[in-house]
Design a binder for this molecule. Structure first.
Ligand code: SAM
Ligand code: SF4
Length: 332
Protein backbone atom coordinates (compact mmCIF):
# COMPACT_ATOMS: atom_id res chain seq x y z
CA UNK A 1 0.00 0.00 0.00
CA UNK A 2 1.30 3.48 -0.76
CA UNK A 3 0.80 6.74 1.11
CA UNK A 4 -2.14 7.40 -1.21
CA UNK A 5 -3.78 4.23 0.11
CA UNK A 6 -3.76 2.41 -3.19
CA UNK A 7 -2.92 -1.25 -3.63
CA UNK A 8 0.46 -1.11 -5.36
CA UNK A 9 2.75 -4.14 -5.44
CA UNK A 10 6.53 -4.35 -5.56
CA UNK A 11 6.47 -4.04 -9.35
CA UNK A 12 4.35 -0.89 -9.44
CA UNK A 13 1.14 -2.64 -10.48
CA UNK A 14 -1.95 -0.89 -9.12
CA UNK A 15 -4.77 -3.25 -8.18
CA UNK A 16 -8.29 -2.10 -9.01
CA UNK A 17 -10.11 -5.35 -9.81
CA UNK A 18 -11.43 -7.84 -7.25
CA UNK A 19 -12.79 -11.26 -8.24
CA UNK A 20 -15.11 -12.60 -5.58
CA UNK A 21 -16.07 -16.25 -5.51
CA UNK A 22 -19.42 -16.83 -3.81
CA UNK A 23 -19.40 -20.63 -3.80
CA UNK A 24 -17.22 -23.57 -4.78
CA UNK A 25 -20.26 -25.65 -5.78
CA UNK A 26 -21.17 -26.19 -9.38
CA UNK A 27 -23.84 -27.87 -11.50
CA UNK A 28 -21.30 -28.84 -14.19
CA UNK A 29 -18.07 -30.81 -13.92
CA UNK A 30 -15.86 -29.24 -16.61
CA UNK A 31 -12.77 -31.37 -17.10
CA UNK A 32 -10.48 -28.32 -17.05
CA UNK A 33 -11.79 -27.13 -13.69
CA UNK A 34 -13.45 -29.68 -11.40
CA UNK A 35 -13.08 -33.32 -10.44
CA UNK A 36 -16.01 -35.62 -11.14
CA UNK A 37 -16.50 -36.18 -7.41
CA UNK A 38 -15.90 -32.92 -5.61
CA UNK A 39 -15.76 -32.18 -1.89
CA UNK A 40 -17.17 -28.75 -1.15
CA UNK A 41 -16.52 -26.38 1.71
CA UNK A 42 -19.09 -26.57 4.51
CA UNK A 43 -21.63 -23.80 4.39
CA UNK A 44 -20.40 -22.10 7.57
CA UNK A 45 -16.94 -21.63 6.06
CA UNK A 46 -18.31 -19.51 3.22
CA UNK A 47 -18.38 -15.78 3.76
CA UNK A 48 -21.83 -14.34 4.40
CA UNK A 49 -23.06 -11.56 2.09
CA UNK A 50 -22.48 -8.98 4.82
CA UNK A 51 -18.88 -10.18 5.21
CA UNK A 52 -18.31 -10.00 1.45
CA UNK A 53 -19.79 -6.50 1.30
CA UNK A 54 -17.56 -5.38 4.16
CA UNK A 55 -14.44 -6.67 2.42
CA UNK A 56 -15.60 -5.00 -0.80
CA UNK A 57 -16.00 -1.67 1.00
CA UNK A 58 -12.48 -1.88 2.45
CA UNK A 59 -11.10 -2.83 -0.97
CA UNK A 60 -12.96 0.07 -2.59
CA UNK A 61 -11.40 2.38 -0.02
CA UNK A 62 -8.02 1.16 -1.30
CA UNK A 63 -8.83 1.87 -4.94
CA UNK A 64 -10.65 -1.25 -6.14
CA UNK A 65 -13.16 -0.10 -8.76
CA UNK A 66 -14.38 -3.25 -10.38
CA UNK A 67 -15.87 -6.40 -8.86
CA UNK A 68 -16.65 -9.63 -10.66
CA UNK A 69 -18.69 -12.35 -8.98
CA UNK A 70 -17.71 -15.89 -9.82
CA UNK A 71 -17.36 -19.38 -8.40
CA UNK A 72 -17.90 -22.41 -8.69
CA UNK A 73 -21.23 -21.53 -10.19
CA UNK A 74 -22.33 -18.23 -8.62
CA UNK A 75 -26.00 -18.68 -9.52
CA UNK A 76 -26.11 -21.65 -7.12
CA UNK A 77 -25.64 -19.27 -4.20
CA UNK A 78 -29.07 -18.61 -2.77
CA UNK A 79 -30.42 -15.07 -3.27
CA UNK A 80 -27.45 -13.78 -5.23
CA UNK A 81 -29.41 -10.65 -6.28
CA UNK A 82 -29.29 -9.59 -2.62
CA UNK A 83 -25.49 -9.63 -2.72
CA UNK A 84 -25.60 -7.62 -5.93
CA UNK A 85 -27.78 -5.03 -4.16
CA UNK A 86 -25.35 -4.86 -1.24
CA UNK A 87 -22.35 -4.44 -3.52
CA UNK A 88 -24.10 -1.76 -5.56
CA UNK A 89 -24.27 0.30 -2.40
CA UNK A 90 -20.48 0.17 -1.87
CA UNK A 91 -18.96 3.58 -2.54
CA UNK A 92 -16.30 3.56 -5.23
CA UNK A 93 -17.33 0.39 -7.08
CA UNK A 94 -17.90 1.45 -10.67
CA UNK A 95 -18.38 -1.88 -12.36
CA UNK A 96 -20.13 -4.99 -11.09
CA UNK A 97 -20.14 -8.08 -13.28
CA UNK A 98 -20.73 -11.82 -13.09
CA UNK A 99 -19.27 -14.90 -14.73
CA UNK A 100 -21.66 -17.85 -15.00
CA UNK A 101 -22.07 -21.10 -16.87
CA UNK A 102 -25.57 -19.86 -17.73
CA UNK A 103 -27.52 -22.95 -16.66
CA UNK A 104 -29.67 -21.02 -14.19
CA UNK A 105 -29.69 -17.74 -16.05
CA UNK A 106 -33.14 -18.13 -17.57
CA UNK A 107 -34.59 -18.18 -14.04
CA UNK A 108 -32.38 -15.44 -12.59
CA UNK A 109 -31.40 -12.96 -15.32
CA UNK A 110 -34.26 -10.52 -14.71
CA UNK A 111 -33.75 -10.47 -10.92
CA UNK A 112 -30.01 -9.92 -11.31
CA UNK A 113 -30.61 -7.11 -13.74
CA UNK A 114 -33.14 -5.44 -11.43
CA UNK A 115 -30.68 -5.78 -8.56
CA UNK A 116 -28.22 -3.68 -10.56
CA UNK A 117 -25.84 -6.17 -12.14
CA UNK A 118 -24.22 -4.39 -15.07
CA UNK A 119 -22.39 -7.02 -17.09
CA UNK A 120 -22.48 -10.72 -17.79
CA UNK A 121 -19.90 -13.22 -18.99
CA UNK A 122 -21.33 -16.59 -19.95
CA UNK A 123 -19.03 -19.55 -20.41
CA UNK A 124 -19.78 -21.69 -23.45
CA UNK A 125 -17.13 -23.83 -25.10
CA UNK A 126 -19.19 -25.78 -27.61
CA UNK A 127 -22.44 -25.63 -29.56
CA UNK A 128 -22.64 -29.36 -30.22
CA UNK A 129 -24.36 -31.13 -27.35
CA UNK A 130 -22.00 -34.12 -27.42
CA UNK A 131 -18.90 -31.90 -27.21
CA UNK A 132 -20.52 -29.76 -24.49
CA UNK A 133 -21.21 -32.91 -22.49
CA UNK A 134 -17.73 -34.33 -23.04
CA UNK A 135 -16.29 -31.14 -21.55
CA UNK A 136 -18.89 -30.41 -18.87
CA UNK A 137 -19.59 -34.08 -18.02
CA UNK A 138 -23.22 -33.07 -17.57
CA UNK A 139 -26.05 -31.98 -19.85
CA UNK A 140 -27.08 -28.36 -20.13
CA UNK A 141 -26.42 -26.81 -23.53
CA UNK A 142 -30.12 -26.04 -24.11
CA UNK A 143 -30.34 -24.31 -20.75
CA UNK A 144 -27.28 -22.17 -21.46
CA UNK A 145 -28.79 -21.07 -24.77
CA UNK A 146 -32.11 -20.32 -23.07
CA UNK A 147 -30.19 -18.42 -20.39
CA UNK A 148 -28.47 -16.27 -23.00
CA UNK A 149 -31.81 -15.42 -24.60
CA UNK A 150 -33.27 -14.55 -21.19
CA UNK A 151 -30.29 -12.37 -20.34
CA UNK A 152 -30.77 -10.36 -23.48
CA UNK A 153 -34.48 -10.14 -22.83
CA UNK A 154 -33.70 -8.83 -19.34
CA UNK A 155 -31.73 -5.98 -20.85
CA UNK A 156 -28.12 -7.13 -20.50
CA UNK A 157 -26.03 -5.59 -23.23
CA UNK A 158 -22.55 -6.48 -24.48
CA UNK A 159 -22.80 -10.05 -23.18
CA UNK A 160 -19.50 -11.88 -23.42
CA UNK A 161 -19.06 -15.55 -24.18
CA UNK A 162 -15.93 -17.19 -22.72
CA UNK A 163 -14.72 -20.31 -24.51
CA UNK A 164 -11.79 -22.38 -23.29
CA UNK A 165 -9.73 -23.86 -26.14
CA UNK A 166 -8.32 -27.35 -25.73
CA UNK A 167 -6.38 -29.19 -28.40
CA UNK A 168 -8.08 -32.32 -29.60
CA UNK A 169 -11.40 -31.24 -28.10
CA UNK A 170 -12.63 -27.83 -29.18
CA UNK A 171 -11.11 -27.18 -32.64
CA UNK A 172 -14.34 -28.05 -34.45
CA UNK A 173 -16.30 -25.67 -32.23
CA UNK A 174 -14.30 -22.54 -33.02
CA UNK A 175 -15.99 -21.58 -36.28
CA UNK A 176 -19.57 -22.42 -35.19
CA UNK A 177 -19.07 -20.43 -31.98
CA UNK A 178 -17.78 -17.46 -33.97
CA UNK A 179 -20.71 -17.66 -36.39
CA UNK A 180 -23.18 -17.92 -33.51
CA UNK A 181 -21.71 -14.91 -31.68
CA UNK A 182 -21.53 -12.82 -34.85
CA UNK A 183 -25.16 -13.62 -35.60
CA UNK A 184 -26.41 -13.01 -32.04
CA UNK A 185 -24.22 -10.02 -31.25
CA UNK A 186 -22.25 -11.63 -28.39
CA UNK A 187 -18.62 -10.76 -27.79
CA UNK A 188 -16.68 -14.01 -27.99
CA UNK A 189 -13.43 -14.53 -26.11
CA UNK A 190 -11.23 -17.58 -26.40
CA UNK A 191 -9.21 -18.50 -23.30
CA UNK A 192 -6.17 -20.75 -23.24
CA UNK A 193 -6.34 -23.82 -21.03
CA UNK A 194 -4.39 -23.17 -17.81
CA UNK A 195 -2.96 -25.73 -15.35
CA UNK A 196 -5.77 -25.28 -12.84
CA UNK A 197 -7.80 -28.42 -13.52
CA UNK A 198 -8.62 -30.45 -10.41
CA UNK A 199 -7.48 -33.72 -11.96
CA UNK A 200 -4.04 -32.30 -12.81
CA UNK A 201 -4.16 -33.68 -16.34
CA UNK A 202 -3.11 -30.40 -17.95
CA UNK A 203 -0.18 -30.60 -20.34
CA UNK A 204 1.35 -27.91 -22.53
CA UNK A 205 0.47 -30.07 -25.54
CA UNK A 206 -3.26 -29.55 -24.82
CA UNK A 207 -2.97 -25.78 -24.99
CA UNK A 208 -4.58 -24.60 -28.19
CA UNK A 209 -3.06 -21.15 -28.40
CA UNK A 210 -4.96 -17.97 -29.13
CA UNK A 211 -2.75 -17.49 -32.20
CA UNK A 212 -3.83 -20.87 -33.57
CA UNK A 213 -7.50 -20.11 -32.93
CA UNK A 214 -7.09 -16.77 -34.68
CA UNK A 215 -5.53 -18.45 -37.73
CA UNK A 216 -8.50 -20.84 -37.93
CA UNK A 217 -10.94 -17.93 -37.68
CA UNK A 218 -9.14 -15.89 -40.35
CA UNK A 219 -8.96 -18.89 -42.64
CA UNK A 220 -12.58 -20.05 -42.26
CA UNK A 221 -14.57 -16.97 -41.25
CA UNK A 222 -12.80 -13.83 -42.43
CA UNK A 223 -10.09 -11.25 -41.74
CA UNK A 224 -9.66 -9.73 -38.28
CA UNK A 225 -8.37 -6.25 -37.50
CA UNK A 226 -6.72 -5.42 -34.14
CA UNK A 227 -8.78 -3.22 -31.84
CA UNK A 228 -7.20 -0.37 -29.95
CA UNK A 229 -6.66 -1.47 -26.33
CA UNK A 230 -8.66 0.95 -24.17
CA UNK A 231 -8.15 -0.61 -20.73
CA UNK A 232 -4.46 -1.47 -20.27
CA UNK A 233 -5.30 -3.84 -17.40
CA UNK A 234 -7.56 -6.08 -19.45
CA UNK A 235 -5.97 -9.41 -20.32
CA UNK A 236 -7.82 -9.90 -23.59
CA UNK A 237 -6.46 -8.79 -26.93
CA UNK A 238 -9.48 -7.87 -29.02
CA UNK A 239 -10.01 -7.88 -32.77
CA UNK A 240 -12.93 -6.81 -34.89
CA UNK A 241 -14.18 -8.58 -37.94
CA UNK A 242 -13.19 -6.65 -41.06
CA UNK A 243 -16.79 -6.95 -42.35
CA UNK A 244 -18.02 -5.05 -39.28
CA UNK A 245 -19.93 -7.99 -37.75
CA UNK A 246 -18.69 -7.82 -34.18
CA UNK A 247 -15.53 -8.50 -32.24
CA UNK A 248 -13.58 -11.46 -30.95
CA UNK A 249 -10.93 -11.52 -28.24
CA UNK A 250 -8.14 -13.76 -27.02
CA UNK A 251 -6.98 -14.32 -23.47
CA UNK A 252 -3.63 -16.09 -23.76
CA UNK A 253 -2.25 -16.54 -20.24
CA UNK A 254 -0.04 -19.46 -21.29
CA UNK A 255 1.49 -18.32 -24.59
CA UNK A 256 1.42 -14.53 -23.91
CA UNK A 257 1.26 -13.96 -20.16
CA UNK A 258 -0.09 -10.54 -19.20
CA UNK A 259 1.27 -10.61 -15.64
CA UNK A 260 3.17 -7.35 -16.14
CA UNK A 261 -0.14 -5.45 -16.34
CA UNK A 262 -2.20 -7.58 -13.96
CA UNK A 263 -4.47 -5.51 -11.71
CA UNK A 264 -6.43 -8.38 -10.12
CA UNK A 265 -6.98 -9.73 -6.67
CA UNK A 266 -9.17 -12.60 -5.61
CA UNK A 267 -11.32 -13.49 -2.65
CA UNK A 268 -12.23 -17.16 -2.38
CA UNK A 269 -15.67 -18.26 -1.23
CA UNK A 270 -14.16 -19.35 2.09
CA UNK A 271 -12.62 -15.95 2.70
CA UNK A 272 -9.01 -16.16 1.55
CA UNK A 273 -7.32 -13.34 -0.35
CA UNK A 274 -5.13 -14.44 -3.26
CA UNK A 275 -2.93 -12.18 -5.35
CA UNK A 276 -2.85 -14.51 -8.37
CA UNK A 277 -4.73 -17.49 -9.81
CA UNK A 278 -1.46 -19.36 -9.32
CA UNK A 279 -0.76 -18.05 -5.86
CA UNK A 280 0.51 -20.70 -3.43
CA UNK A 281 -0.07 -18.44 -0.42
CA UNK A 282 -3.37 -17.07 0.92
CA UNK A 283 -4.34 -14.36 3.38
CA UNK A 284 -7.16 -15.39 5.73
CA UNK A 285 -9.61 -12.50 5.87
CA UNK A 286 -12.36 -14.72 7.27
CA UNK A 287 -10.29 -15.16 10.44
CA UNK A 288 -9.90 -11.39 10.71
CA UNK A 289 -13.63 -10.77 10.15
CA UNK A 290 -14.77 -13.47 12.54
CA UNK A 291 -12.11 -12.69 15.11
CA UNK A 292 -13.55 -9.21 15.60
CA UNK A 293 -10.87 -7.44 13.51
CA UNK A 294 -11.50 -3.88 12.34
CA UNK A 295 -11.54 -2.55 8.80
CA UNK A 296 -7.95 -1.38 9.27
CA UNK A 297 -6.90 -5.00 9.84
CA UNK A 298 -8.73 -6.11 6.72
CA UNK A 299 -6.98 -3.32 4.81
CA UNK A 300 -3.56 -4.33 6.18
CA UNK A 301 -4.15 -7.95 5.21
CA UNK A 302 -5.11 -6.95 1.68
CA UNK A 303 -2.08 -4.69 1.40
CA UNK A 304 0.15 -7.56 2.62
CA UNK A 305 -1.36 -9.84 0.01
CA UNK A 306 -0.66 -7.30 -2.76
CA UNK A 307 2.87 -6.60 -1.50
CA UNK A 308 3.74 -10.30 -1.77
CA UNK A 309 2.64 -10.63 -5.41
CA UNK A 310 5.20 -12.27 -7.65
CA UNK A 311 6.27 -10.73 -10.93
CA UNK A 312 4.68 -13.50 -12.99
CA UNK A 313 2.82 -16.80 -12.70
CA UNK A 314 5.75 -18.76 -14.09
CA UNK A 315 3.71 -21.49 -15.86
CA UNK A 316 6.45 -21.51 -18.46
CA UNK A 317 9.35 -21.86 -15.98
CA UNK A 318 10.92 -25.13 -14.76
CA UNK A 319 10.22 -24.43 -11.06
CA UNK A 320 6.48 -23.85 -11.66
CA UNK A 321 4.39 -25.11 -8.77
CA UNK A 322 0.66 -25.68 -9.23
CA UNK A 323 -1.51 -24.12 -6.54
CA UNK A 324 -3.19 -26.56 -4.15
CA UNK A 325 -6.60 -25.27 -5.22
CA UNK A 326 -8.20 -25.99 -8.57
CA UNK A 327 -10.10 -23.34 -10.53
CA UNK A 328 -13.53 -24.04 -8.99
CA UNK A 329 -12.05 -23.50 -5.50
CA UNK A 330 -10.41 -20.21 -6.47
CA UNK A 331 -12.87 -18.46 -8.75
CA UNK A 332 -11.99 -17.79 -12.36
N1 SAM B 1 -18.98 -21.46 -13.24
C1 SAM B 1 -18.80 -20.19 -13.86
C2 SAM B 1 -18.43 -20.33 -15.30
O1 SAM B 1 -18.07 -21.43 -15.72
O2 SAM B 1 -18.49 -19.32 -15.99
C3 SAM B 1 -17.82 -19.31 -13.15
C4 SAM B 1 -16.57 -19.95 -12.61
S1 SAM B 1 -15.47 -20.59 -13.85
C5 SAM B 1 -14.17 -21.19 -12.85
C6 SAM B 1 -14.84 -19.09 -14.58
C7 SAM B 1 -14.16 -19.23 -15.91
O3 SAM B 1 -12.96 -19.96 -15.75
C8 SAM B 1 -14.98 -19.96 -16.97
O4 SAM B 1 -15.07 -19.15 -18.13
C9 SAM B 1 -14.18 -21.19 -17.24
O5 SAM B 1 -14.30 -21.61 -18.56
C10 SAM B 1 -12.78 -20.73 -16.91
N2 SAM B 1 -11.86 -21.83 -16.58
C11 SAM B 1 -12.04 -22.81 -15.67
N3 SAM B 1 -10.96 -23.62 -15.62
C12 SAM B 1 -10.08 -23.14 -16.52
C13 SAM B 1 -8.77 -23.54 -16.93
N4 SAM B 1 -8.16 -24.60 -16.40
N5 SAM B 1 -8.15 -22.80 -17.88
C14 SAM B 1 -8.76 -21.72 -18.43
N6 SAM B 1 -9.98 -21.29 -18.06
C15 SAM B 1 -10.64 -21.99 -17.14
FE1 SF4 C 1 -18.34 -25.24 -12.99
FE2 SF4 C 1 -17.49 -23.03 -14.20
FE3 SF4 C 1 -15.76 -24.89 -13.31
FE4 SF4 C 1 -17.29 -25.49 -15.39
S1 SF4 C 1 -15.74 -23.86 -15.31
S2 SF4 C 1 -16.93 -26.80 -13.60
S3 SF4 C 1 -19.11 -24.39 -14.93
S4 SF4 C 1 -17.05 -23.63 -12.07
Amino acid sequence: MTATGRLVDGFGRIHTDLRISVTDRCNLRCTYCMPLEAIFKPREELLAFEEIARVAAVAAGLGVRSIRLTGGEPLLRRDLPELVRQLRRVDGIEELSLTTNGLLLAEQAADLRHAGLARLNVSLDALRADVFERIARRQGLDRVLAGLAAARQAGFEAIRINAVSIRGLTEEEIVPLAAFCRREGFHLRFIEFMPLDAEASWSAAQVLSGAEVRRILERDVGPLLPERQIDPGQPAVDYRWADGAGRVGFIDPVTSPFCDRCDRLRLTADGQFRNCLFSTTEWDVRAVLRGGGGDDEVATLLADCVAAKRAAHGIDTPGFERPARAMFQIGG
